[in-house]
Every structure is written in C-alpha cells, then in structure tokens.
Write a new protein. Structure first.
Length: 115
C-alpha cells in the first residue's frame, strides 16, 4: 500500500558549482529592521494624515448636527494625537541614534575623497 502512494523519482543530485555567500548576515538583519522601521513610520504617518483629512471632510459635511460635529472633532483630535505620537517616536529614534551612535533609520554616509 505504501509503495502505491509513493513516487519513485530516482536519485536527486545537488546542483553543480559552489554557493558563494557574501556579506555579514547580521548586516542583512539590521538592514531589514531599518527598512521595516522606516516603512512603518512613513506608512503610519500617511494613514494618519488621510484619517485626519477624512475627519475634516466629515466636519465640513456635518450639516450643523451636533452629534456629527462632535464625532468629527473627536476624529480630528485623535488623528492629530496620532501624528504627535508618530513624530515623537521618530524623535526618540533619532535621540537613541545620537546617544548610542547607532544608525537605525538611514545609512547615509559621506564618501571619502580619493587620495
């Protein structure tokens, strides 16, 4: 019964040639984290900006109803709080970068001139 379910594909040979591994794996992980942090901050800020703009439209089209105006103001308020939190997290990351001398968001470096 087991031979019936199994496939006989023969011997599998590894590909010819050698695999060249270059670079430091920890630099790959650091780059991955750096890019993820940057993407997260930018995406969060854009989403929060769209949220706040949408709340402004809700306020404009509230039609004078106090319930809708209150809801729109609440949405604007929380959108602005979100922007402050996002900018605050960016500031904290920059502070950590400066204090510890690590590069968390960018890999900007000034190339040395030829001598």
């Amino acid at each position: 019964m087991m031979n019936f379910l199994a496939q006989n594909i023969g011997r599998i040979e590894p590909p010819t040639g050698t695999v060249q591994v270059t670079g430091d794996p920890s630099s790959f992980v650091a780059t991955l984290i750096r890019n993820g942090l940057t993407l997260l901050i930018i995406t969060a800020f854009i989403v929060d900006l769209i949220w706040t703009i949408f709340a402004g439209y809700r306020f404009i089209f509230a039609g004078g109803e106090s319930k809708n105006i209150s809801s729109a103001w609440s949405q604007i308020y929380w959108g602005l709080i979100g922007m402050v939190v996002i900018l605050g997290s960016f500031a904290i990351i920059k502070l950590v970068q400066t204090f510890f001398g690590v590069d968390l968001l960018t890999t900007f470096s000034i190339p040395a001139g030829s001598q």
